[in-house]
Write a protein that binds this ligand. Structure first.
Ligand code: SAH
Ligand code: SF4
Length: 363
């Protein structure tokens, strides 16, 4: 088996090269070729000694997942489906805006956390992505968008808001983050790399020590009763603990606020009294709100809140002094919006069956 060098951050690659009897600067060179030059072959790395290239060809590879499909939306949003083996595929989305380009990447094949309004959650869970499969998404996007010198980068921001719960795949995600931030990797600013979590409290505490990047928390409800229903993880880490974890995170975070994501579900969490309850909940946590109009998928059982209800909700938060944005839906003609990423998941949890039964019972 050849060693996949995409699984290593710079420290790991340097250690691997040391074992091969190679100097640290060689690791930095290879790192730059792989990530900044989107090289997939050691023979492309022209400033490496021929002997080293031969040695690497023998023992190692730049193992990127194969591309299964690519799509482009009318609004310029692009989506790639990558093959992660045994019939599974994960999705990556690029969202161009005037002042930045954001890549939304996946961290798992499916998700085990069962949020009721999420298409990924409905599909069940197969496995964690390796570091190479996580970073391979940046590799492909970078290549497809035309790898350019550092100052003309097309991808300025990365959000871990695709399929999966990043903090449930902690080690591989942290190594991938290290590659994203490394000057010899993707050289992204830690303020522009965001981990989105449904609220895994112990891992939030670890992340702030290991790799403090910008944090988004999927709040979605103003109280435990509603959140227990739609984000089952809340039963393990209820809101009081989650708010305290956000405060602790902010001590080390590269930004001085947490972004709360809040999916707007008609009749479930979108009433004025919910907005007022939220204000009380977050009063001690410096934060911004990102309201996400629910993106429907087949048999979801939910509807998107009306524009009017979203406006009223937003205004209550806004008038209390909070910064609130309503997320624009991008790429909906290619099913690239939040929570619609379905990929191809061979479910190991029989979740799909469970949901179908539930639908029949609810009938
Ligand atoms: N597992 C992580 C990150 C992936 S989901 C998390 O839950 O935070 C990225 C965001 O999209 C989350 O806030 C998630 O709750 C939201 N989302 C999921 N399904 C959605 C849907 N159908 N419509 C709108 N947003 C959705
Ligand atoms: Fe998993 Fe996030 Fe979807 Fe919840 S919202 S099921 S945590 S991907």
């Amino acid at each position: 088996m050849k060693t996949n060098l995409l699984n290593y951050d710079l420290a790991g690659l340097t250690a691997h090269f040391a074992q091969m009897g190679e100097k640290p600067f060689r690791a930095r060179q290879v790192m730059r070729w792989m990530h900044q030059g989107a090289a997939g072959d050691f023979d492309e790395m022209t400033d490496l000694a021929k002997s080293l290239r031969a040695k690497l060809n023998e023992s190692a590879q730049v193992g990127v997942p194969a591309l299964m499909a690519a799509q482009e939306s009318r609004d310029g949003t692009r989506k790639w489906l990558l093959d992660v083996g045994t019939g599974n595929g994960v999705e990556t989305v690029f969202i161009p805006e005037t002042d930045r380009g954001t890549l939304c990447i996946s961290s798992q094949v499916g998700c085990a956390l069962e949020c009721t309004f999420c298409s990924t959650g409905r599909q069940g869970f197969n496995r964690n992505l390796s570091t190479a499969e996580i970073i391979g998404q940046l590799w492909w996007a970078n290549k497809a968008l035309g790898a350019t010198p550092k100052d003309e980068r097309v991808i300025s921001n990365v959000v871990m808001m695709g399929m999966g719960e990043p903090l449930a795949n902690y080690d591989n995600v942290v190594t991938a983050l290290s590659i994203m931030l490394d000057d010899h990797g993707y050289a992204l600013s830690r303020r522009r790399v965001t981990v989105s979590t449904s609220g895994m409290v112990p891992q939030m505490d670890r992340l702030k020590e290991d790799m403090p990047v910008a944090l988004a928390v999927s709040l979605h409800a103003p109280n435990d009763a509603i959140r227990n229903e739609i984000v089952p993880l809340n039963k393990k880490y209820p809101l009081k603990e989650l708010m305290a974890a956000c405060q602790r995170y902010l001590v080390k975070a590269p930004r001085d606020f947490v972004t709360f994501e809040y999916v707007m579900l008609d009749g479930v969490n979108d009433k004025p009294e919910h907005a007022r309850e939220l204000l009380e909940l977050v009063k001690d946590v410096p934060c911004k709100f990102n309201l996400i109009p629910f993106n429907p998928f087949p048999n979801s059982g939910y509807n998107r809140s009306s524009d009017e209800n979203i406006r009223v909700f937003r205004d209550i938060l806004y008038q209390a002094g909070l910064v609130v944005t309503v997320r624009k839906t991008r790429g909906d003609d290619i099913d690239a919006a939040c929570g619609q990423l379905a990929g191809q998941v061979q479910d190991k949890t029989r979740r799909q069956q469970k949901w179908l039964q539930l639908q029949v019972v609810k009938g």
